[in-house]
Structures are given as structure tokens and as C-alpha cells.
Design a protein around this ligand. Structure first.
Ligand code: COA
Length: 389
């Protein structure tokens, strides 16, 4: 039986900052950010959005009357969760009016959480083919103003339903995994900004990619040539390009050019949004599906997931009949196009308004947020979510 991604939806808030403006404000050559990092714009997350609201806004794109009754597993992968005990998945269940006869929980392992959720959901649907799972990767990526990581901030969510006989992509039965105790990126419990050893993280990412892809190909008796494209976890798009360059010398010139072309398609959206942490890999997959010009049904796509700390996993997907969907593509393009550009001081002002961990009770003005689901503040130490329609 085929099990995999049946529907995919994306959300990012309605503000961004241009990387040329940011480079100038930080006395850097814009080409460092545009080419060296591989980013053009960066999502700016207002205080009225968080990992729960963004997950709900992404999931609203794909939940309908048909799959709503079938979803009995709800998994939120996030590393910017809003509570140390209650999972964001329970908020999601309520905001989306999902089945109460469901398991709902959150997974944390840096940017790997959504992949852990997908693999668990795949096994669940294999056992219960009449049911579906909702898996969402949702995060706010914050490093801090004037830090080396600032250029790799961003935020947003990708929501996927996992089902039998999926319309978009079936997921391979096997995958290759590798993990180790690595301090390349972490966020202590009392902080809202991440700490990172970026160059070290990059080295570990390349190492885990090399180990897992070669292990996967060997175990499954496949060649690199069997992969039509490879999508990467993209905290910034240059990181995936560096991964791809690791394996290019093993290929003919023609195949190298093909994989590089598919890689360009796979980073169109990520370049405009920046880092989504858990959602980054799946935004790249969506970008490939929407922007590649020569993908066909039954093409095999390599998928490399990486979560600092660190966990790596490589698996493959096989494209199904409805992998291309013009309505979905139009929606993503209009979401990105309608965003308001902020100058650097406006971005800094919004960044600094992000609620502190010990802020207590407060009320947020949600009138400038046009998303369907918004965070309106904290009352009695309880987070308040609103649906605006
Ligand atoms: N034109 C083109 N490229 C330029 C350039 C210019 N004018 N100036 C610099 N570059 C290139 C550099 O050569 C380098 O390329 P390389 O990586 O291929 O060697 C790249 O731009 C970045 O420059 P670098 O000096 O390494 O940047 P940095 O020390 O400011 O750090 C990161 C960059 C990515 C390490 C930093 O932003 C970071 O730590 N981000 C967080 C990453 C993360 O989240 N990791 C964990 C999640 S997996």
C-alpha cells in the first residue's frame, strides 16, 4: 500500500524585510546575504502570530469536510512551542474543529520534528488505512538583532495530511537515520532567541547528509542517478546547496546540471521567507513541486531532514498524480506577494515587541493582522487564540 502526503498547505505572516536593506544596515556587502547565504527576503513575525497560529493558518488550507472526520492523529513539530507542558497540537485540534477521538501531541528535536511526525504518521496510516494524520511543522526562527544568525531568521508553517493512496507523494517504506550529541544549535528554556555555532552546524549537516544518503542508497540498492531531485532542510538556502555539492562529483555533468536545476526550483519560496526551522524542508518540497518544470508522476525525490543537536534522516518520495496543483501555487504566490515590506527599523521594532517569557498577562491589538487565526494575548496565564473570519 502507498502512504504519503495527500495535501500540503503553507502559511507565513504578512510582513517581510529585504535582505539588501538588512545587509546595508549591518555594513555587509548585499551579495553576502543574496549569494553567500542565499536569501532575498525574510519573514518578520508579529507578536500576534506564534507556532500555534501559524500552524492553524497553514492547516486551514488543507482541512476540508472529507479529511476532517478521518484525522485521528495530530502532530505538531516545533522548536518554538508556546507552553512547557500543553502541546500546541491540542490548541490546533480545537482551532480547526478536528475530531476529539484523536491523539494530539507535539514533537521537539530542533528542525527535525516534522519529519519525526511524518514517519510516525506513515506507520500509523499503514496500520489504519481508513484514517489520516495531520502533521504540521511551525516555527518562529529568532537569533537576535545584529547577530551572525540574524540573516537566517524567518518563520512560518507547513501543514500536511498523511493518507493511504496519497495525491501528492508516497513515502518510502525505509529511511536512513543518524544521530549524535552535538552542541551546534540550542535554546535554553528561559530564552526566546536561539544560540548557534553556525559554521560547526554546517559541518555536521554535511556529515550527516553524506552518511544518511549513502547508507539509504546502499540499503535500498539505488543509485544517485535514480533521484530526479533532492530536497534539503534549508535554514538558509546556501546550506542545501553546500549539501548538494558534496555529492555532485559522483555524477555525470548532465546529471549534475539536472540536480542543480531542480535545486533552484526547490529554493524559490525559501529564499523569500527565510528559516521556518521544522517547516523549512517541507517548504522546499512545496517549492520544488510548484516551480520545477520537468517533474513527472513516478519521479523519485530524495529528502534530507536535519535537526541540530543532532538528528539526520534521508528518505525518498515518489510523485503521484496530483503533485502539481495550480490553485495551491496561486495561493502561495499571492500570500507572498501581498506581504508588506518593512524597513530595518520597523522590523527591529516588531522583533523587540515579541512577548517576553515572563511577560504575565497582556492584550495584543490584532487589527493589523489579516490572518484567520491570531494570538490576542494572555489572560490568567492562559494564551488566547481568536479566529477572525
Ligand atoms: N559575495 C558573495 N558571497 C559572500 C560575500 C560576497 N560579498 N561575502 C561573504 N560571502 C560568502 C562567504 O564566502 C560564505 O560562503 P561559504 O559558506 O560558501 O563559505 C557565506 O557568504 C557566509 O559568509 P560567512 O563569513 O561564513 O558568514 P558568517 O560568519 O556571518 O555566518 C552563518 C554565516 C550561516 C554561519 C550564520 O548566519 C549562522 O550561524 N546562521 C545560523 C545557521 C543555523 O541556524 N544553523 C543551524 C540550523 S541547521
Amino acid at each position: 500500500m502507498n502512504v504519503g502526503i495527500d495535501k500540503i498547505g503553507f502559511f507565513t505572516p504578512n510582513y517581510y524585510v529585504d535582505m539588501v536593506d538588512l545587509a546595508r544596515a549591518r555594513n555587509e556587502d548585499p551579495n553576502k546575504y543574496l549569494i553567500g547565504i542565499g536569501q532575498t527576503n525574510q519573514a518578520v513575525i508579529p507578536p500576534t502570530q506564534d507556532s500555534v497560529t501559524m500552524a492553524a493558518n497553514a492547516a486551514l488550507q488543507i482541512i476540508d469536510d472529507d479529511n476532517r472526520s478521518k484525522i485521528s492523529l495530530i502532530i505538531l513539530g516545533t522548536e518554538s512551542g508556546v507552553d512547557n507542558s500543553k502541546s500546541g497540537a491540542i490548541y490546533l485540534q480545537n482551532l480547526l474543529s478536528l475530531n476529539k477521538q484523536a491523539r494530539a501531541f507535539e514533537i521537539k528535536q530542533a528542525c527535525y520534528g516534522a519529519t519525526a511526525g511524518i514517519q510516525m504518521a506513515k506507520d500509523f496510516v499503514n496500520l489504519h488505512p481508513d484514517q489520516q494524520a495531520l502533521v504540521v511543522g511551525s516555527d518562529v526562527a529568532r537569533y537576535g538583532i545584529n547577530t551572525p544568525g540574524e540573516v537566517t531568521q524567518g518563520g512560518g508553517a507547513v501543514a500536511m495530511t498523511i493518507a493511504a493512496d496519497p495525491q501528492i507523494m508516497s513515502i518510502s517504506k525505509n529511511s536512513s537515520v543518524y544521530s549524535d550529541d552535538i552542541m551546534d544549535f540550542w535554546r535554553p528554556i528561559n530564552q526566546t532567541n536561539a544560540l548557534v555555532d553556525g559554521h560547526y552546524s554546517n559541518d555536521i549537516y554535511q556529515k550527516f547528509f553524506n552518511i544518511t544518503i549513502h547508507d539509504y542508497l546502499k540499503e535500498n540498492k539505488l543509485q544517485l542517478d535514480d533521484l530526479k531531485a533532492i530536497v534539503f532542510h534549508l535554514p538558509y538556502t546556501k546550506m542545501g546547496l553546500k549539501g548538494l555539492r558534496e555529492i555532485l562529483p559522483e555524477l555525470s555533468d548532465a546529471k549534475q546540471a539536472d540536480l542543480l536545476q531542480e535545486f533552484e526550483a526547490s529554493r524559490v519560496y525559501n529564499k523569500q521567507v527565510g528559516n521556518l526551522y521544522t517547516g523549512s524542508l517541507y517548504l522546499s518540497l512545496l517549492s520544488l513541486l510548484d516551480n520545477a518544470i520537468d517533474l513527472k508522476v513516478n519521479d523519485k525525490v530524495g529528502i534530507f531532514s536535519y535537526g541540530s543537536g543532532a538528528q539526520g534522516e534521508f528518505y525518498t518520495g515518489t510523485l503521484k498524480s496530483d503533485f502539481k496543483n495550480n490553485l495551491r501555487k496561486q495561493h502561495v504566490e499571492s500570500l507572498l506577494k501581498q506581504r508588506k515590506q518593512l524597513n530595518v527599523s520597523q522590523y527591529e521594532e516588531l522583533f523587540l515587541r515579541w512577548p517576553k517569557i515572563d511577560a504575565g498577562d497582556f492584550v495584543l491589538d490584532v487589527t493589523n493582522d489579516n490572518a484567520e487565526v491570531v494570538f490576542s494575548g494572555v489572560s490568567g496565564s492562559k494564551r488566547q487564540y481568536k479566529i477572525q473570519r
